[in-house]
Design a protein around this ligand. Structure first.
Ligand code: SF4
Length: 376
């Protein structure tokens, strides 16, 4: 299979997935191990960040977290959504994407990211305290064509994973659904406040199978609604119930501060989101932006260590080095130890992040790319 074309590899993987999903009642672990073997063959010796033997062991270990996670996915997630996830995130983005990106890095002589994050709109239906979205309002929007162009060009470079943030991306629900339909070989994740999730959206998401959500939460209702607005917590709980009922894949996006860090890592909170059907949880370090930003909300070094250890207790592994560590801004000074800064710089030097704002001109993107090329 090593010399197989992209299309033939996808067809083989798709057929193997059908067999896996049909035989789930018998022995899912064995079928999943066969899929891992298939992908190892497809990668044809090309090195990736996976230890195939260890992955197989983890799948087969009936007391292990991965095994339990897989069983829960198989029991609770819609089979078509599962198949599309394995095809888009697994086959296209991870395996085929990795191969293509590596080739294209040589051709283009610059780094190529494995995912692109864009803001379809600055508009939002909420008015959370301290958020810039209210100031920008509905002024900034990427057109469908612009987003479609970005994805079409991205795929040529091997990028099959796209994230939407905002504003509230689901304000542009119809365009997002069109993009997911047109680019059904890609995976899409929207960071959302969750308040626009309803039955018609869930029905569309089940049909497409390649759109996932990360719903913002800051704690239980009292803390969450203080900044986000009365009743938002309940709306998020309702959205999660609907998404779970439809067998969709979603998770949370949690901004942790010096104030809410203990709540959002507590057993009670994690049990709640697991029970609600969340499959992943993305924790983001609070970033003070602008002159009036509340610097006191920045987590301390001890709190960062605490969150790392606390998540690990729940088998959740996070990266130790967060974005703020790469910054020399005054508000970060004396907050972190010097060694951490060096390590963080090492990693950040290897990650390319290009801003894709609605009012960013093409010439500006060209200029940024040019600067990167010259400095490589
Ligand atoms: S939901 Fe997000 S984008 Fe909307 S106002 Fe709140 S923080 Fe801002």
């Amino acid at each position: 299979m090593g010399s197989m074309t992209h299309a033939a590899g996808r067809a083989a993987f798709s057929t193997a997935l059908d067999v896996t999903l049909k035989n789930l009642n018998k022995k899912p672990e064995g079928e999943i191990v066969k899929l891992i073997d298939l992908m190892q063959k497809y990668m044809d010796g090309e090195k990736i960040d996976i230890d195939y033997d260890k992955a197989k062991q983890m799948v087969l270990d009936q007391d292990g977290t991965l095994n339990k996670y897989i069983h829960r996915l198989l029991d609770e997630v819609d089979p078509y959504v599962l198949k599309m996830t394995a095809l888009t995130l697994g086959y296209e983005a991870f395996f085929h994407g990795t191969k293509t990106i590596r080739k294209m890095r040589e051709v283009q002589k610059c780094n190529i990211p494995w995912l692109i994050l864009m803001d379809p709109t600055s508009a939002c239906n909420l008015h959370c305290t301290g958020c810039w979205a209210a100031e920008y309002g509905n002024r900034l929007n990427l057109t469908f064509k612009e987003m479609d162009d970005i994805i079409t060009q991205g795929k040529e470079l091997g990028i099959y994973f796209y994230m939407f943030t905002g504003g509230e991306p689901l304000v542009r629900r119809d365009d997002i659904l069109r993009l997911c339909e047109k680019h059904h070989d890609c995976a899409f994740l929207a960071y959302t406040n969750g308040t626009l999730v309803n039955e018609p959206l869930c029905q569309e998401m089940v049909k497409l199978g390649n759109l996932y959500l990360a719903i913002s939460l800051e704690g239980f209702s009292e803390v969450n609604d203080l900044r986000r607005g009365t009743g938002v917590f309940e709306k998020v709980m309702h959205a999660m119930d609907l998404l779970k009922e439809y067998g969709l894949i979603f998770g949370t996006s949690i901004c942790y501060t010096s104030q809410n860090i203990e709540t959002v890592t507590s057993d009670e909170f994690i049990d709640l989101i697991v029970e609600k059907g969340c499959r992943y949880s993305l924790y983001f370090h609070y970033m003070p932006v602008g002159n009036d930003a509340a610097v006191e909300l920045l987590p301390t070094k001890e709190q960062r260590e605490y969150i790392y250890e606390k998540l690990k207790e729940n088998d959740i592994f996070s990266r130790r080095y967060f974005y703020p560590l790469t910054s020399d801004e005054v508000c970060f000074k004396n907050k972190y130890i010097k060694q951490d800064l060096q390590k963080a710089r090492y990693y950040s030097d290897r990650i390319l992040v290009l801003p894709l704002y609605a009012d960013l001109k093409n010439e500006e993107v060209e200029r940024i790319v040019d600067v990167i090329r010259k400095n490589l």
